[in-house]
Design a protein around this ligand. Sequence first.
Ligand code: 8BR
Ligand code: GLC
Length: 495
Amino acid sequence: MDIQEWEQRHTEAFYNVKETIPYLDGMFVAYNSNIDAIKHLTEADLSRLIGLFKETEIQERIETYPREIKDPLDFMARLLISMREGKAAEIPTNTSDIHEWLKGHLGFDYARMGGQAGIISNLLACLGLKKVVAYVPWLSQEQSEYFAATDNLLHPKVENGKVLLKHPREAFKPNIGSKVNWILEYSKDLQVSCNGRNFMVPRDNRLIISSRPNWLRLDMDKDVYEQLDSIFPIDGAMLSGYQMIKEVYEDGSTYEEHVARSVQVIEKLKSLNPELRIHVELTSIQNRVIRKAILTDIVAKHVHSLGLDTVEVANALNVLGHEELSYSVIRKEENGIISLYQGALQLLKDLSLERVHVHSLGFYICILAKGHPLTLKEHRDSLLFSSTLAAAKAIRGDIGSLMEAEAGLEVPISSDGIESLENFKLYCTGRKLCTREEFGYGYLYGPDHDAIIVPSKVVDRPKATVGIGDAISAGAFVAMLARMKQKKAINVSPI
Ligand code: 8BR
Ligand code: GLC
């Protein structure tokens, strides 16, 4: 694979996409936004934290693999698991005790916009889309301050029973608390030693402690739902945050009701614009019942596009009954990329999707159902645009404009990514998914699907890793929609 050629393709794709963005009327982005309290862990922080516990107890807790943080030992165990594997994870906590404990024993470096919908809304607004309508059911005044101060960013506000669109800073709900998540970022090569075991962190990544206060409800206000037409015209919706749904609530209500209402919103959005495309951005979902319900009851048959990372592919496959494939995705041996491709394809089929976009460190795979209106080159441009956004976000932490995004073009393509792709070539040509030449373009042609595979840009020392996945999925999805709109406009305009 010619790395120079891929650099050139990144540059061309960036400018191609930049031209198409004005064709979009707007995007809807819901539901989750929170404040991320980010702490970059040093070796000193870590040994201080470990020193607060008996190391044998930490080890015992690691073996129980806690799926919820109930006490500081659960936190310590999940942190060490995440660091050992270099794998991102998000673990819920239902009390404010851990928040207080972390404030007292660790502290944070800075706070910024968090939550997939919050991050995506700000990014799209800063990229200069005509209109971005965000919707966060628990928008507090403090949270609203984290939204970009741009005129194109709006949020529904109910006034005298009527839904108006205002900037989030004028649309918050009074008397509501804020959701603060802790993001523990760690760097590659950090040395860890606990209970006689030593390891070196394999890659930059993070652990998220996600606060789930009991007032949190993933729902849409009745007035907003009934007057959903007021957010139009929009071309697409990016939905996330379903992981917040609980199996059973204190008032006795269950996840089924929340899932059913979430589906109603999706169906209503589609009925208001049948050409609207819906993307769901997945994240780490510890509760397997909820993970399965999100996939089989919300995503399957209702949405068009799914974005996720490699761990999430494995977790999704696992609850859908593909354990063996799930394990081979997670094992990540030399053939990990083959399993990842097979896994993503399985998700496309099981969930009846039009598109599955998997981002990994160094390369992205996008599986497409046959019959998509864009060419593979156009899809490739969308993915490469998102790789430039990821690079810009990794260097800067945030992207304030398209011009700032352009800085991502300076970041080199990952040589590990190129190597992973080389490992995949033989499989693809051997199975007649493509010729060697087609593989060089990143195009695969399956019997019932097509696929794009591209190497991506990776920043050596990222400012932070949290939220990069959201930038990748949002960048690629919006670039795809913009291209679809542009093609449509060109086809209907008189010659
Ligand atoms: P999630 O947030 O969904 O886990 O996605 C994170 C994504 O960020 C990874 O899939 C990877 O593609 C990207 N990424 C990470 Br992690 N570190 C990066 C870096 N240093 N430079 C560019 N992209 C990165
Ligand atoms: C999840 C987390 C949030 C984080 C985001 C980044 O939504 O809850 O804290 O900012 O992921 O993708």
